[in-house]
Write a protein that binds this ligand. Sequence first.
Ligand SMILES: [Zn+2]
Length: 136
Amino acid sequence: MNFWTRPQGISALPGAYVLAVELFKPIAVSIRNGPPVSLAAGHYLYCGGPGGLRARIARHMRRGKAIRWHIDNLTEAGRVFGAWTFVGGQECELVAALAHLPTPVSGFGSSDCRECKSHLLRWPYSIMRTPKSCAE
Ligand SMILES: [Zn+2]
């Protein structure tokens, strides 16, 4: 398992990944033509796959893409920290491993999935920030 902050070096082989995203401000997303659901500012984990890992993650990290998938709403409004990659992995297994985390939007990224409530998880932690009390 590796964590990548840029696409260079990521395997082109198929697999699954966990994308870490920060939203700076709340956004609304609509799932299956349902009413918009608000996502609060904060940190999220998105489990994606299957597909060529490098191309998929490069797309997530690219700015100015057309909104095609649910996750594009977050990566365009926020910032992608990076991704953990699992060559040969399966995204629903990653969701299962993270099942202790809250799922803010049912059906997010899992429209064709019968196993998971959502492929987007709320991540109540920050890996990138030092708590104020430590920095002072
Ligand atoms: Zn799933």
